[in-house]
Ligand binder design. Structure first.
Ligand code: TA6
Length: 293
């Protein structure tokens, strides 16, 4: 059914790789490919032409069960970030989304739109009527737009993140540029600091940067490539690496896997709540690209 309505030759291909689990869809552009789970509208992989290695990190121990967030890729945190509500990071990443549109543009580049609407389960968790859509477009970069619409008769406020796991050669080989001069809340000690210079990681890092609407670049000297995360309508950037102890307690993360990932998340976190009046819409947009050096 999905292939019949939304599949397009080799450009947009659906598959049911895991019995009893929601389908997956691959977007194959002349410039690269992307793979998405309809569970959570969860982008799992993005491999642009010109690089052998996926730009996104995906855990080899990820759990593919309905209601459980997939470890890696780009989880959608909505309508709250982290423990601002329950379940952590909201319910959007734990639900199966529907396909509403698909197509290819004049350059043969594919795009798809997935949707999650309120229902009795979401109303029980969060008493507001919403429509959430995710546009995914694969060209020479991966463009993602998370769009929320208030279809209720009352205003509501939310926080959000595209919780992007990036695939790196080794955590000791990277520098994160673009956040110098921003203040950050350190989730490990609850204190606020000023970032001065580029970020390197040699321990657990869990930081919410504010006034962080700038482009971030992750320079990976091991893979000789720079990954760029450009964003619009996002005031916060979150940088996370669980390091040894935290990751050893995560059943969906292999031993040592923390070394090959870093999260650079595009977000609007408290107190940057997004408030929508009835009928209004908010869209956070990012694109991810790479350059070899
Ligand atoms: O974005 C950082 C963070 O909030 C960390 O505190 C850690 O909890 C991480 O997200 C992963 O959360 P998850 O619920 O996906 O295990």
């Amino acid at each position: 059914m999905l292939s019949e309505y939304f599949g397009i030759d080799r450009r947009i291909v659906f598959d049911h790789t895991i019995d009893g689990y929601a389908p997956f869809v691959s977007l194959n552009s002349p410039h690269g490919s992307c793979r998405i789970a309809l569970h959570g509208a969860h982008i799992l992989s993005y491999i642009p032409h010109g690089t052998r290695d996926d730009l996104l990190w995906l855990s080899e121990c990820a759990i593919y069960e309905e209601g459980t967030a997939i470890r890696g890729g780009i989880p959608i945190c909505w309508p709250w970030f982290a423990s601002e509500g329950s379940p952590a990071h909201g319910f959007a990443r734990n639900r199966v989304w529907e396909v509403v549109r698909s197509g290819i543009d004049e350059n043969d580049d594919p795009h798809i739109t997935l949707r999650l609407e309120f229902d009795k389960e979401t109303l029980a968790l969060w008493p507001y009527r919403f429509v959430l859509e995710l546009d995914i477009f694969v060209s020479k970069k991966l463009t993602i737009a998370l769009r929320a619409k208030n279809v209720d008769e009352q205003s509501f406020s939310f926080t959000e993140a595209l919780h992007t796991y990036l695939n790196i050669s080794d955590v000791s080989d990277i520098r994160i540029k673009g956040l110098s001069g921003c203040h950050y809340s350190n989730s490990l000690d609850g204190k606020t600091y000023l970032e001065e210079g580029n970020i390197t990681i040699d321990a657990e890092v869990d930081r919410i940067y504010s006034d962080a609407s700038a482009v971030c670049q992750i320079e990976d000297s091991g893979r000789k490539r720079t990954i760029t995360v450009y964003k619009e309508n996002s005031l916060n950037t979150v940088v996370w690496n669980p390091w040894i102890e935290k990751s050893s307690g995560m059943k969906d993360m292999a031993d040592g896997a923390y070394r090959s990932m870093v999260c650079v998340e595009s977000a609007n976190t408290a107190p940057n709540y997004i408030t929508l009046s009835p009928g209004s819409i908010h869209e956070m947009r990012i694109n991810i690209s790479h350059k070899n050096f």
